[in-house]
Design a protein around this ligand. Structure first.
Ligand SMILES: Cc1cc2nc3c(=O)[nH]c(=O)nc-3n(C[C@H](O)[C@H](O)[C@H](O)COP(=O)(O)O)c2cc1C
Ligand SMILES: Nc1ncnc2c1ncn2[C@@H]1O[C@H](COP(=O)(O)OP(=O)(O)OP(=O)(O)O)[C@@H](O)[C@H]1O
Ligand SMILES: [Mg+2]
Length: 513
């Protein structure tokens, strides 16, 4: 069997181990369920392509174990009887669709095309067929993998079946090692810089693979297998532009459904300030707004900015809630040796790991504070175990700490934040930490018109310019109204601003800045 042979002949030991484990899971599933009771969820993506070939190999080996006639049957020709389901969606890339159909024809897959959403489609499928287990190409880094194991019953509220995830523990690198070693076809989008594929509305090529180092989608991109850091495979999965801080004049209040139109390709970050002093009103948080501006300047969106108490559970709750819905989370305050410095412990709790001594970090601290540290252990050198990465930069006396997608900033004022941010950007050039997107541009118009006069024309303008965020705010109740236009395309912003001016008498608006 060509897949099994290719892996056995390869000298990639890690790949062999991953392959053997996945085949073991498949064989256990095939022993537990009859062939009519299993299905394979295939969508033409790289992970499900890997799974297809693992299932072909697993099914072949399962049959071989059950002994076939003395080798006179060409075993590569054994058909693939596992029922295959594809949830076809109108917003799928045409390349994904055609690859899925071509693959089905090439390998003789028995395809069931489902044109309902996942839940309704599965309900109908399970009513019509005796399916009890479904193979999925879910991997541990996927947002939907949280809490899953290789065999995981479907979630409460979903029809009852077993989710079987043979490649749950595979990394991005493992996936590409497999596809390239086995020389199997994969969807052409992966050769055009796409590294993880969702719908046409939320997927762009991965900016880290852009040959000109520009995030423009018309640029040239390297193939997906060249992405050095697999943790950034979803950098091309742009989030929907989150609802802006709601003002009554914003687009979101005008009936636009995000996800249909009105999307701006952006990555999102959440910002958490930790400090009872901020909540007591003793200290003013200036870092948050500065960080929002910095994020805007690299084309990211700050999805929220919040302050939490110096309390492990409060920090853990906020980190847990925000880390999975954002590309990055920045946290500052509460880092140090004091009793109130609980940020690191809160992060550890959010990830469900313990705090453990980090020798490398301790060494840095020793250089910095010498022997001033009392006790037999430096509490500051305890970091969340297994998820911590130290970000070294020559301008930083102590590296910054990153726990998965949470970056801990130690700045106590804006000048220190500037330095740490510059270091992060410097590091990003080599390790892709913060993908630099097209920056946001903005324009502001000031007017003496009243809210009532402007509300309706502005609502219409929002519909005409779904790709521009149009908001309104006042600096004082009786002062002028300021209309702001934010987006990534200067021409569109100018057009939106001109469009608004045209709706009123000349001279009703004046540009600020
Ligand atoms: C065959 C199959 C089974 C699924 N089972 C579950 C489930 O048990 N629980 C759940 O929350 N989501 C389930 N999902 C949905 C996925 O977790 C996830 O929402 C989806 O694959 C992500 O699609 P999206 O990124 O387009 O939202 C299932 C999806 C498929 C295709
Ligand atoms: N539309 C769909 N139809 C059938 N199965 C699907 C569909 N969408 C997702 N799945 C299942 O969920 C798994 C995980 O989806 P995910 O998008 O993370 O991976 P992928 O599409 O295989 O690869 P990529 O990460 O490159 O997009 C798929 O491998 C597949 O088993
Ligand atoms: Mg996909």
């Amino acid at each position: 069997m060509e897949i099994d042979r290719a892996i056995r002949e390869s000298d990639d030991r890690r790949l062999k181990t991953k392959y053997n484990n996945a085949i073991y899971v498949i064989q256990r599933a095939l022993a537990l369920y009859s062939i009519e009771e299993v299905a394979f969820s295939f969508n033409g993506g790289k992970d499900s392509t890997v799974l297809l070939h693992l299932l072909r190999a697993g099914y072949y080996l399962h049959n071989a174990e059950k002994s076939l006639p003395n080798g006179d049957l060409d075993r590569d020709e054994i058909s693939f009887p596992i029922q295959t389901i594809y949830f076809e969606c109108p917003s799928a890339f045409p390349e994904i669709n055609s690859f899925t159909y071509d693959t089905a024809a090439k390998y003789g897959l028995q395809m069931e095309i489902i044109r309902l959403d996942f839940k309704a489609g599965l309900e109908a499928l399970l009513k019509a067929k005796p399916i009890r287990a479904i193979f999925l190409g879910v991997r541990i880094g996927d947002p939907t993998a949280v809490g899953q194991e290789q065999f995981s019953p479907s979630s409460p509220g979903w029809p009852a079946f077993m989710r079987v995830n043979p490649i749950l523990d595979w990394s991005y690198r493992d996936v590409w090692a497999f596809l390239l070693t086995c020389k199997v076809p994969y969807c052409s989008l992966y050769d055009q810089g796409y590294t993880s594929i969702g719908s046409i509305h939320d997927t762009i090529p991965n900016a880290l693979l852009c040959i000109n180092d520009s995030a423009k989608s018309e640029g040239k991109y390297r193939p997906a297998y060249l992405l050095a850091d697999g943790r950034l495979e979803r950098a091309g999965r742009a989030k929907k532009f989150p609802s802006p801080i709601s003002g009554k004049l914003s687009c979101s209040s005008n009936g636009l459904k995000s996800g249909e139109i009105g999307q701006i390709r952006t990555l999102t970050a959440s910002i958490i300030a930790v400090g009872d002093e901020i909540l007591f009103g003793t200290v003013e948080d200036k870092l948050g707004s500065s960080l929002c501006r910095k994020l805007q300047s690299i084309g990211w969106t700050a999805s929220d900015l919040m302050v939490t108490r110096n309390d492990i559970d409060s920090v853990a709750d906020e980190v847990e809630r925000r880390r999975s819905t954002n590309d990055m989370l920045f946290i500052y305050g509460g880092v140090g040796p004091l009793h109130s410095d609980v940020t690191m412990a809160g992060i550890a709790k959010a990830f469900g790991v313990r705090m453990a001594p980090d020798e490398e970090f301790e060494e840095y601290l020793r250089h910095l504070i010498g022997e001033k540290c009392t006790g037999d252990r430096n509490e500051m050198a305890l970091l969340p175990e297994g998820i911590t990465e130290l970000l070294h930069h020559e301008q930083l006396p102590v590296p910054l700490i990153k726990c998965r997608n949470v970056i801990v900033l130690t700045a106590a004022n804006v000048a220190e934040l500037d330095t740490q941010w510059d270091c992060l950007l410097g590091l990003s050039r080599s390790n892709g930490l913060l993908a630099v997107m097209e920056p946001f541009v903005s324009k502001r118009l000031s007017t003496k018109l009243s809210d009532v006069e402007i509300a309706q024309p502005l609502s219409k303008l929002c519909l005409e310019f779904p790709d521009v965020y149009i908001g309104g705010y006042r600096i004082s109740r009786n002062g002028p109204l300021i209309i702001s236009f934010e987006g990534k395309d200067q021409t569109r912003i100018e057009a939106a601003a001109a469009g608004l001016c045209k709706k009123f008498h000349p001279g009703s608006f004046s540009a600020i800045d």
